[in-house]
Design a protein around this ligand. Structure first.
Ligand code: PLP
Length: 461
């Protein structure tokens, strides 16, 4: 268990200063705008990471494309790049408008990271990048590779596999990070050990075991599973810990999405500029994936992209961290919020200090959604768009409705002088996982969602 560490006095004082914290602790839907975010140019002066770091990550993935293509033939079509489609979702937009009783001007699109090759979730961007970078470093340091200009398909050789088998990768996870690290790590030849929190789904454990990955099950939440993994890894000099709470590499791996996304928009003749705003709605767990994608998108679009993160009402850890400015010094347990959600990919009770401090400069804001909303939209996504997502991946979908229907959202639009340009807006909902969910699990989630009367649920709120 993550324990309550902060006093009632502190919590109550915060609630008095910032009433939105009271709503959050009462599990109400909130839409919060980050008033501390400076303009992009100023933001970049305040942080240590730069466009150069994103570019380097991009180049590293290009080097590894030759290996990925050989090791994972499903990436043949994209020449070894792990990438997903960007599609318009017009039909479900109508349902969002009628259920939330709001007009959503502009285009509504879905970024299909649910179908990313190799690992089927957004983690395939960050985690696979970090594993590859570590493999590259080892290969260079130990003379397996002479320079970064060699043909990286050599990473698929038996010789390299044998070399990497001396080394270990360890990770703590609610599931999906473990799958990405496990699948790529074991393909390269690493011994992989995955520490899983109580939220982890059984099928995720089974999938990993089938790839020869050792799964350590914990009866505790994500924060504790990560701690155990880190402790264990630190005891072994040949072990490397993929640290979801502190990893710059993960964040940079995610950030590479941006330049590729920009090409996809261009291909579809979609403009982004001051009169054609781009809104992103990003499911948020520890913050690495929404953070990295936001950081990358800002390098491309500057102040013309508006990035909002989405969290379950039962796991508002990034919101609490940013609103209190205590960052990783506050958890949902401190606010006596029950840390349980069907959106298992977002089941993180305490945010990352590194990510929250960095992204305070870039996130436009964030919001929460209820369990019933995620579940019901999961079924509707299936019925209307024929797309199967896992619960966490629905968190972004309600974003445009809340931007348009809340007082806070409307003020944001006014403050940024966007009222007259909303017709030109592009709203991108980032779908973060789903294609690997087994049929039985899919069916259960779908049927549960179908049994929810969202109209009645929303009218009671
Ligand atoms: C991990 C995950 C997220 C959120 O990413 P973080 O880096 O934890 O913020 C969203 N959706 C799914 C399906 C995930 O697995």
């Amino acid at each position: 268990m993550v324990e309550k560490l902060l006093s009632d006095y502190t919590i109550n004082q915060w609630k008095d200063e910032k009433p939105v914290l009271k709503s959050i602790s009462e599990l109400k839907n909130v839409f919060w705008v980050n008033s501390l975010k400076p303009e992009f140019e100023e933001a970049m002066k305040r942080v240590h990471l730069s466009a150069r770091d994103v570019k380097e990550a991009e180049e590293r993935l290009e080097r590894f494309a030759a290996f990925i293509r050989v090791a994972f033939p499903e990436t043949e079509e994209t020449n070894g790049l792990i990438e997903s489609d960007l599609d318009e979702i017009n039909e479900i937009k109508k349902d969002l408008e009628s259920l939330y009783k709001v007009d959503i001007p502009g285009k509504l699109m879905l970024k299909r990271d649910d179908s990313l090759p190799i690992a089927g979730t957004i983690k395939a961007r960050g985690a696979i990048y970090e594993v590859l970078k570590h493999a590259e470093t080892l290969a260079l340091n130990e003379g397996m590779l002479n320079s970064i200009h060699e043909d990286y398909s050599i990473f698929a050789s038996e010789e390299f596999k044998e070399f990497f088998s001396q080394y270990k990768l360890v990770v703590g996870t609610t599931g999906n990070l473990g799958i990405s690290v496990g699948v790529m790590g074991s393909k390269l030849g690493f011994e992989v050990m995955v520490h899983m929190s109580h939220d982890a789904k059984e099928w995720k454990k089974e999938l990993l075991r089938s790839r020869g990955v050792e799964v350590v099950e914990h009866k505790t939440n994500f924060t504790m599973a990560v701690e155990r993994g880190r402790d264990q890894s630190n005891e072994d000099a040949n072990s490397y810990f993929v640290d979801d709470e502190h990893s710059i590499e993960l964040l940079l791996g995610y950030s590479v999405a941006a330049s590729r996304f920009a090409k996809q928009l261009e291909k579809q003749n979609i403009i982004v500029d001051a009169e054609h705003p781009l809104f992103l709605y990003l499911p948020c767990g520890i913050g690495g994936s929404p953070g990295g994608i936001t950081f990358g998108m800002k390098q491309v679009y500057g102040d013309n992209v508006h990035c909002f993160f989405a969290e379950p009402t039962h796991m508002p850890s990034m919101l609490l961290g940013l609103i209190t400015q205590a960052y990783d010094g506050v958890s949902v347990i401190d606010f006596e919020i029950e840390d349980k959600t069907i959106m298992d990919g977002l089941a993180v009770p305490r945010t990352s200090g590194f990510v929250s401090r960095l992204l305070e400069n870039f996130f436009s804001g964030g919001y929460t959604l209820q369990e019933e909303e995620a579940n019901c939209w999961l079924s509707k996504m299936m019925d209307i768009e024929k797309i199967n997502l896992e619960p966490a991946a629905l968190a972004g979908l309600v974003g445009p409705s809340y931007l348009m229907s809340t007082k806070e959202g409307q003020e944001y639009i006014k403050q940024h002088h966007l009222e007259t340009f909303m017709e030109n807006a592009t709203h991108v909902v980032w779908a973060t996982g789903g294609s690997m969910v087994p049929k039985e699990d899919q069916t259960i989630a779908y049927e549960t969602g179908q049994s929810i009367d969202l109209e009645a649920f929303l009218s009671q709120k």
